[in-house]
Write a protein that binds this ligand. Structure first.
Ligand code: MN
Length: 345
């Protein structure tokens, strides 16, 4: 049996808000990932099955490999339909906020979200939620918002309304946020949920092919180039760095998502505890970092790159040239080693 974690009082309060609501607006974070899109579409399917008018509104474009998820064609992209976005907020009886913890995470929708008079329900797994919501389901220990949402559907007695489409979207969210159950994947209850989703018709293998094993030729060449020509390994400092300039990205016809996961690859090298990837954007150098074990990339990003995140996954940015950013990263290697790496590791 799955343990009951979600607070019963919150479930009742959410049910009281959702039951009379006809227009349900689902909002998620900018640059929506598989968990954001998967949980939003799952909510659309399940509350749609209750006869409600559900719209999924996203701040900007999402990755091409998510476009085949059931219902994805109905997603409203506010970067293309800003008037409609405002109309949806106006009409909403309730706003479901999925997979983000603060209003700034919804980018261009921030003002609409802040000024919306509709009651909000937050369902999220990021630390320290700061959303003005009537009901907050914040469970940072849960690996994916989609997983939390499944459990919430069950507690709302909507399990039977989870059809094959909703199950597919939930599984997509869970797979994305765990790297296909490679990390954040120790919770045994999660596999009970996976079993239920597969029983409902979700095709895990097809999702894997679509979400994890579909790349354009240009994308593969860019990744090959990044690893072959641009990866710097610093074994003594237990670190690695990859940088890609605008010109390099253009050479491989870079599109959003092409460098997704690249930062993780150097962590496969024994003795490399943290890895940084720097990409030149129009206005800054975007920095992302990953680590294994106890090395706190969130601290490094917060202290030096105006960002933050989780212990093993964080990001930030750098204002200056790409070369300066890389030199700055290299200049931190000794300090990072002294501060965060003990000899016994
Ligand atoms: Mn998530």
């Amino acid at each position: 049996m799955i343990s009951r974690i979600i607070n019963e009082n919150d479930v009742r309060r959410a049910a009281a808000l959702l039951e009379p609501a006809h227009n349900v607006l689902v909002v998620t974070h900018s640059s929506p990932d598989g968990d954001a899109i998967g949980s939003s579409l799952a909510a659309m399917h399940v509350f749609g099955a209750l006869g409600k008018d559900v719209h999924v509104l996203i701040p900007d474009a999402y990755l091409a490999n998510l476009r085949t998820l059931p219902g994805a064609k109905e997603i409203v992209d506010a970067s293309r339909y800003s008037d409609f976005a405002a109309e949806l907020f106006d009409k909403a009886d309730v706003v479901l906020c999925l997979d983000f913890n603060e209003p700034s995470r919804v980018g261009r929708l921030e003002d609409l979200l802040r000024s919306s008079k509709a009651p909000k329900i937050l369902v999220d797994h990021h630390l320290d939620p700061d959303i003005d919501a009537k009901v907050v389901f914040s469970y940072p220990d849960m690996a994916a918002t989609a997983y939390l949402l499944f459990r919430l559907f069950c507690r709302l007695e909507l399990f039977n309304l989870i059809d094959r489409n909703a199950a597919t979207c939930i599984l997509a969210g869970m797979m994305t946020d765990t790297g296909n159950f490679a990390y954040n994947a120790t919770d045994p209850d999660m596999y009970i949920v996976v079993a239920e989703l597969i029983r409902k018709g979700a095709d895990k293998q097809a999702l894997y092919e679509r979400l994890f094993n579909t790349f354009s030729a240009n994308c593969l060449k860019l990744r090959g180039y990044a690893l072959g020509e641009k990866m710097e390994v610093y074994p003594d400092a237990h670190a690695a760095l990859i940088t890609l300039s605008r010109a390099e990205l253009n050479r491989f016809h870079y599109t959003k998502g092409d460098t997704e996961g690249l930062v993780n690859i150097p962590l496969a090298i024994p003795g490399i505890y943290y890895s940084a990837f720097m990409r030149e954007e129009a206005d800054c150098i975007r920095v992302s970092m990953r680590s294994r074990g106890t090395f706190p990339v969130n601290a490094v990003c917060a202290d030096h790159f105006g960002g933050g995140g989780h212990l093993n996954a964080a990001g930030g940015d750098f204002h200056g040239t790409l070369d300066d950013a890389a030199a700055f990263f290299r200049s931190l290697l000794d300090e990072n080693k002294k501060k965060y790496i003990t000899d016994k590791e």
